[in-house]
Design a protein around this ligand. Sequence first.
Ligand SMILES: Cc1cc2nc3c(=O)[nH]c(=O)nc-3n(C[C@H](O)[C@H](O)[C@H](O)COP(=O)(O)OP(=O)(O)OC[C@H]3O[C@@H](n4cnc5c(N)ncnc54)[C@H](O)[C@@H]3O)c2cc1C
Length: 312
Amino acid sequence: MDVQVLETDYLVIGSGAMGMAFVDTLLAETDANIIMVDLHAKPGGHWNNAYPFVTLHQPSKFYGVGSKELSKGRIDKIGFNAGLNELATGAEVSAYFDEVMKQHFLGSGRVKYYPMCKYTGDNSFVSMTSGQIFNVKVNKRLVDATYLKTSVPSTHTPNFSIADGVNFIALNQLPTITHPPELYVVIGGGKTGIDACLWLLENQVNPDDICWIMPRDAWLMDRRNTQPTAEFFSDTIGAQADQMEALANAESVDDLFNKLEDKGVLVRLDKSVKPEMYHGATISQQELSQLRRIKQVLRKGRVTHQGGIKLC
Ligand SMILES: Cc1cc2nc3c(=O)[nH]c(=O)nc-3n(C[C@H](O)[C@H](O)[C@H](O)COP(=O)(O)OP(=O)(O)OC[C@H]3O[C@@H](n4cnc5c(N)ncnc54)[C@H](O)[C@@H]3O)c2cc1C
C-alpha cells in the first residue's frame, strides 16, 4: 500500500481534553488548518474508557473548550452533590466532545480528523483499521497533546499479583454485579477509589461490607469552595483569600496544610491520619460523611498480592 501524503499547518496528536482545547483556540485565534490523530474512535481521550458512573469532580462550568459551554447551568438536586453546581457525567463529557468535533471542528472545514490512528513518529501515522500509512508535511508545528499520559483502571494492568479464585474487577465492571460478594475490597485512596466506595454506598451496600485499602490518605478540596456561580461567591473567593493568607503565613509545608484545613479549604477523611498526597481531588461534605461510614480502612502500604477477602 502506498504511503498517503498529507499537508497541514498543525499536526495534533491526541483528541483528549487538551488536544480539543488547543485546536479550539487555534480555530478562534488563527486561520491555520489542522490534522488531528487519535487512537480512539471518538474524541474525548480517557473519557472513552471511563467507568459508567464517572462524573467530573469539579463543576462542569470549569471543563471543556472555550467555544462551547459544557455546563447546563443547573444546581444538582439529588445525590451526594445536591446543592452544588452540576457535575457532567462521563457520557455527557463524551457527547460534548463529539459534538464539538463534528459541528465546530469538522464543520469549519479547517480540521481533518483521523480517529483509530496511531502516531508513529516522524510526522507519520497509521490507521489501525485499514493499515494505511500517512506522512504529513507540517508547515508550522507538530503538537503532542498526549503529554499528561492519563491512566485509568480499565486500561492499565495492576502492579500486583492476584491469587486464583479472586474475583478481581476494574470498577468499570461494578454495575455488572448480579450477586453480592461477601466483602468488597476497594484498592486505592484517590479519586477513583472514592468513586468506587461512593457508588457502592449509593447502591445500598452496607458500609461494613466494604474494606478500603488506602496506601496513602489524600488532602481533598471542599467542592463548595470551587463553585462558579454568584451564590457561592464568599465560599469560593473567600477560600482563595484564605489560601493566599495561609501561603503567606505558613512556616512549613505541614503548617500550610494545617492552616488550609483550619480555614476549611482542604478536608481529609480521618482527622487522626496525616495525608501524604494532594492530587487536587474535590469532594462534597455529603460525600465525605458517606465515606466516613466505612470503618474498615486498611492503611498498611501498597498491595503486592491480592489474595482475596482474607486480606481483611
Ligand atoms: C476519572 C477522571 C475524572 C477527572 N475529572 C476531572 C475534572 O473534574 N476536572 C478536571 O479538570 N480534570 C479532571 N480529570 C483530569 C483529566 O485527566 C483531564 O481533565 C483531561 O481529560 C486529560 O486530557 P488529555 O487530553 O491530557 O489526556 P487524554 O484524555 O488521555 O487524551 C490523550 C489522547 O491521546 C491519544 N494518544 C496517545 N498516544 C497516541 C498516539 N501514539 N497516537 C495517536 N493518539 C494517541 C489517546 O488515545 C487519547 O485519546 C479527570 C481524570 C479522570 C481520570
